[in-house]
Design a protein around this ligand. Structure first.
Ligand code: UVW
Length: 370
């Protein structure tokens, strides 16, 4: 890892806690034990401290309960409140400021629009048992109306509307079990988030529209071949080399990073191979994105990250680091081939998630304007 790859500035352990969720005690345990904050991030350390202190009688029952709850947090430490306060539900979309919009608009040189979304249709690859169905009832659905004999068609749709095809992951999509609860972005608990007819908190309708700088990082062009192999984890060295090769400035605050792996070439050509796994970022590069305060990490396949990733026992862990802990969205199943072919590495990125109340994500057609 290069020095500065994960700077001292980013550390979710620095965040204060405010919501009433069990694992709030590690600070206290930490102070008592004199253990450095950073070491709490290291696997197994918290559990060891809690158990050790309890065994030696150093903790009261209450303290012990808290320390055990902290031990149950797979990340060892709370990640809330968010940088936008304890009630925020918009996450990194808050980074799209008027200044950011103006900066992005200056990247438009030719006015060429690249459509990055996939067509939603029968036969697209789907994750697990998700489904997609669109039918036209009636054929035609209704009419005729009036003497001019107007006829019309509607469509009937069913499916996980925010989680099929080109999909934008909202902040209610991913949670982490801590003790007896599931904890989401900004410390919201399952009891606050859950809702039969849509999430009560963190629904995708809370996300602000994106008009910002987009940066394509073409790792496939760097590494060569038809596509990166399944399970290939993009390294920090890959990122730096790809940016250098392209002559592209590093991503910064509020930017969208789009990763080209080539895995998307399998889309509807070999769905079985497509769904087997994916190349992509691992937690190391996810932390680099967090450090740079980007607002979306986007990719040309279903998984959003490498599958399997850096740690095979922690599948989809980038989803936790980005969405759950830092409010950074993941955008999946983009078609990045045209951007790559025309070497459009930097552009204005535009996407407005559908304001589907209480949904976990959104379909849509993001565009790049170069
Ligand atoms: C999961 O991570 C479960 O889903 P997706 O990759 O579609 O966001």
């Amino acid at each position: 890892m290069q020095s500065g790859w994960l700077s001292e500035e980013f550390d979710p352990t620095e965040l204060e806690t405010s919501k009433e969720v069990e694992p709030e005690a590690p600070e206290a345990a930490e102070e008592r034990s004199g253990v450095s904050r950073r070491r709490f991030l290291q696997g197994g350390f918290v559990a060891g401290v809690a158990t050790g202190m309890a065994a030696s009688g150093m903790l009261t029952a209450h303290q012990h309960a808290h320390a055990q709850a902290a031990a149950a947090n797979p990340f060892g430490k709370n990640w809330w409140p968010s940088p936008w306060g304890p009630t925020d539900e918009a996450g990194a979309s808050n980074r799209i400021t008027p200044a950011k919009v103006l900066q992005a608009s200056r990247l438009i040189k030719s006015g060429k629009i690249y459509s990055l979304g996939r067509v939603y249709e029968h036969g697209i690859p789907l994750f697990g048992n998700r489904h997609f169905s669109l039918m036209i009832p009636g054929g035609p659905t209704g009419g005729p109306f009036g003497t001019a004999k107007l006829m019309y068609n509607d469509e009937m749709f069913s499916g996980e509307i925010g989680q099929v095809g080109t999909q934008f992951d909202g902040l209610g999509h991913i949670g982490t079990i801590i003790g007896n609860d599931i904890v989401y972005y900004n410390g919201f608990k399952q009891s606050e988030v859950g809702g039969t007819y849509g999430l009560q908190k963190l629904g995708v309708h809370n996300v602000k529209p994106f008009f910002t700088r987009g940066v394509l990082i073409d790792v496939l062009a760097l590494r060569g071949g038809e596509r990166l192999p399944i399970g290939y984890v993009i390294t920090p060295a890959d990122v730096q080399a790809a940016l250098k090769r392209q002559g592209t400035r590093e991503p910064g605050e509020g930017d969208v990073v789009l990763w080209r792996t080539g895995h998307g070439k399998l889309w509807m050509k070999d769905n079985a191979e497509f769904n087997k796994g994916a190349p992509g970022i691992g937690v190391t590069v996810a932390k680099w994105l967090i450090e740079r305060k980007v607002c979306i990490s986007a990719v040309d396949h279903w998984a959003g990250e490498a599958v399997p990733g850096e740690d095979k026992d922690r599948p989809f862990e980038c989803h936790q680091w980005l969405i759950n802990m830092n409010g950074i969205h993941i955008l999946e199943n983009l078609d990045l081939e045209k951007l790559a072919a025309e070497r459009a590495y930097e552009f204005a990125f535009v996407f407005a998630p559908l304001p589907l109340k209480g949904a976990t994500g959104s379909p849509g057609n993001p565009i790049a304007v170069a």
